[in-house]
Write a protein that binds this ligand. Structure first.
Ligand code: IPD
Ligand code: CA
Ligand code: CA
Length: 267
């Protein structure tokens, strides 16, 4: 079964990837879900194509997709889809976006694929069977010190309290690490930790489709994922701390007080 799920996810992501790459040669006019929350025809088209792949193969499975919402069913399987993660980058032609498809079984990630674009690097994982980039096994970094770490984060579209808290953390971590990057595609950021390019990632305002595939890829690559206060993470939690495991506690030392200062525990 898992191989069927993985193959379906891979084919669907590859098809969406072709649509996204071919759209880079054309004008990309966004609609606005919020002042800075963009969506394009390409997001919608990719989502349709991905869902039609899944429904053809697994008509009874439930689906949760960013642009069209939830298709409920009594199935133990639920596909969680971000047809284009990093839409703002895509619109501007900035090179960090991708397709993220996760399949949950009874609420736990079973399959994850993230196709990073425009590089076409393909991250895949099956629960219990390791994580891969373009078919080669990947592992998190061995870095165990914050002062030699490279971190990555993202900022949600709502410029409220969480955004301010993230600014505070951005400063804190920039001061004590080798750098913090803010690339703009959360699923891709998680994969960058999984393959050891970055040592840790945190973000406040994520959605299930941002994390469903990436957290499986990261945990299968040996990483640790919790909420920012250290509690267990599931894809319905909005804030995440995802690291190589070795710097996890050192990051929690800084994230916990910021949650308290901004009264953001359990959000
Ligand atoms: C966004 C990206 C971004 C993150 C936002 C997400 P979208 O996804 O992953 O990096 O900071 O929180 O919403 O809207 O481009 O699919
Ligand atoms: Ca996203
Ligand atoms: Ca998206």
């Amino acid at each position: 079964m898992n191989q069927d799920l993985l193959n379906t996810a891979k084919s669907a992501a590859q098809e969406a990837g072709k649509i996204i790459l071919s759209a880079l040669d054309q004008p990309r006019i966004p609609d606005f879900k919020g002042r800075t929350d963009l969506v394009t025809e390409t997001d919608r088209r990719c989502e349709e194509v991905i869902i039609s792949y899944i429904k053809k193969k697994f008509p009874d499975h439930a689906v949760l997709a960013e642009e069209s919402g939830a298709y409920d069913s009594a199935s133990e399987y639920e596909w969680v889809i971000d047809p284009l993660d990093g839409t703002t980058n895509f619109v501007h032609g900035y090179s960090s976006f991708g397709v993220s498809i996760g399949c949950m079984k009874n609420g736990h990630p079973e399959i994850g694929v993230v196709l990073e674009l425009p590089s076409r690097r393909f991250f895949t994982a099956v629960s219990g069977a390791g994580a891969f980039a373009d078919g080669n096994p990947i592992h998190v970094s061995n870095n165990s010190k914050l002062n030699t770490s490279l971190l990555v984060t993202g900022f949600g579209y709502d410029h409220g309290k969480k955004w301010e808290a993230n600014m505070a953390l951005f400063k804190t971590f920039t001061d004590i690490t080798q750098g913090v990057r803010r690339l703009g595609a959360a699923a891709v950021d998680l994969c960058h930790v999984a393959c050891g390019m970055a040592d840790g990632f945190w973000e406040f305002d994520l959605h299930p489709w941002d994390t469903a595939a990436g957290i499986l890829i990261l945990s299968e690559a040996g990483g640790t994922i919790t909420q920012m206060d250290g509690k267990a993470f599931n894809i319905y939690n909005k804030q995440v701390l995802a690291t190589n495991g070795k710097i996890h506690n050192a990051m929690l030392v800084h994230t916990r007080p910021v949650l308290d200062t901004f009264n953001l525990r359990d959000v």
